[in-house]
Every structure is written in C-alpha cells, then in structure tokens.
Design a protein around this ligand. Structure first.
Ligand SMILES: *Cc1c(COP(=O)(O)O)cnc(C)c1O
Length: 228
C-alpha cells in the first residue's frame, strides 16, 4: 500500500474510533478526502485504496482533473468545499455532487436555477462563519436562521446541513457546538466540520462530514494564487 493509502487507513480508523467513543454508528460519519492542489497521479492511489468521497475548494482546479477520474469511477461523490461565485454556478452544478458553501441569496438562487436547467439535484450545505471573521465566507451566526428559512421557503432548496471552518487560532470545540446548535434548532441533520487537525473532536461533537486533506495526502505545496 502507498504511504497515502496508509494515512487514509489511519484517518479512517480514527474516525471510526471517535464515532464509537461518542456512541455513534461508524457509518454516520462521511470522510471527505480533500484533494486540492494534488494531481490525478496522487488521487488515483487513494481511489485504489477504496476512497470514493473527495472534495475540492476551487471549481476551475477541479475541472482540470475530475471529469476524467469520474469517468473512470462513476461512483465517486465530489464535494465543493470552497467559496463559490455565481458565474461558476453552472460549472459547479455540472461537476459536483455536493456543495458545502451556500452563503448568499445570489448563490442559493443561482444553484437552484442551474439544478433546474441541468436536471441535477445536489446536496447542499449552508456555510456559517462561526468566528465572524471578516475575510471568511459564510453567513453570520445571527443571520443563519433567516438565511436557512430563505433558502427553504423562498428559493425552494432542500438543505442537507451546515458547514463551518473555525478560526485557525481558536479552540474548534465551541465553533462545532455553535454550528450543531444552529442545525438542531433548524431541523438540519448534516454537520460538515472537522479538518486534519481537529476531525476527531468534530466527530465527538456530532460531525456527519469531516473534510480531511493533509492528513491523507501529506503537506500541500504553497500554490500560486489561482482564480476561484
Ligand atoms: C483545505 C480544506 C480542508 C482540508 O484541510 P486539511 O487541514 O488539509 O485537512 C477542509 N475544508 C476546507 C474548506 C478546505 O479548504
């Protein structure tokens, strides 16, 4: 098995152990392997090791590698976990199966329109900016209830759950708990939270989707700024 394959196995068993400790079913947590910055040659061994759920943070980057990989493995589930511009909604709906970053009315409406036009139904998460960081995407916690209601009642979207990226310098626990509280009071069951450094905590606090990149693929090389 490759080194990345071994790291994948280690992450999987940590997820299962955390779920068990939390009294949850192991299959109640979906591990999303975040392959951003890595090319198809790094992704194929992870597919060969049995992983079928992957995530990317840029539409354009994903378009450069996933159409071929998906053609070879039609059972792959591809998640968009990075910010989305409405002019990319068409491409995003065509390529991805799940979007974690619905955070503005314009995006919600654009995604709804594209799903209708393309006859595709994606699973959708609303991103909440739990740390209220000005540079970060996501709806403010105090605006989340109203935004969720807007997506459901005005746009007619069926939502899967909520997603957050806690501030790097904070303890993630309170952010995960805040997200879980907003989800619960809105009747949402999906919780996309937890990355390489904190996915175990996230599972303990109810994550249904953990987004793990470097713990599987290894450290990312710094990349030149790309267009979103
Ligand atoms: C890159 C990224 C991840 C994975 O980060 P790691 O720390 O490498 O696990 C998770 N979520 C989002 C939104 C990301 O952009």
């Amino acid at each position: 098995m490759t080194q990345a394959g071994e790291r994948l196995e280690a992450v999987r068993s940590t997820v299962m152990r955390a779920a068990k400790t939390a009294g949850r079913a192991p299959d109640s947590v979906t591990l999303i392997a975040i392959s951003k910055t890595f090319g198809a040659e790094a992704i194929r061994p992870i597919i060969a090791a049995g992983q079928r759920v992957f995530g990317e943070n840029r539409v354009q980057e994903a378009q450069s590698k996933w159409p071929d990989l998906k053609a070879d493995h039609p059972d792959i589930d591809l998640h968009l976990v990075g910010p989305l511009q409405s002019n990319k909604a068409k491409d995003a709906v065509a390529l991805f199966d799940v979007i974690h970053t619905i955070d503005r009315k314009k995006i919600a409406e654009a995604i709804r329109g594209e799903m209708e036009r393309q006859g595709r139904v994606l699973k959708l998460f609303v991103q909440v900016n739990t740390g209220e960081e000005p540079q970060k995407a996501g709806i403010a916690p105090s605006d989340a209830d109203a935004f969720i209601a807007y997506c459901r009642d005005d746009v007619g979207l069926e939502l899967e759950g909520l997603m957050c990226i806690p501030p790097v310098d904070d303890h993630p626990g309170p952010h995960f708990a805040l997200l879980a509280g907003i989800a619960q009071r809105n009747g949402l069951t999906g919780l996309s939270m937890g990355m390489s450094s904190d996915f175990e905590d996230a599972v303990m606090l109810g994550a249904t989707h953990v987004r793990v990149g470097s713990a599987i693929f290894g450290a990312r090389q710094p990349v030149a700024i790309q267009e979103a």
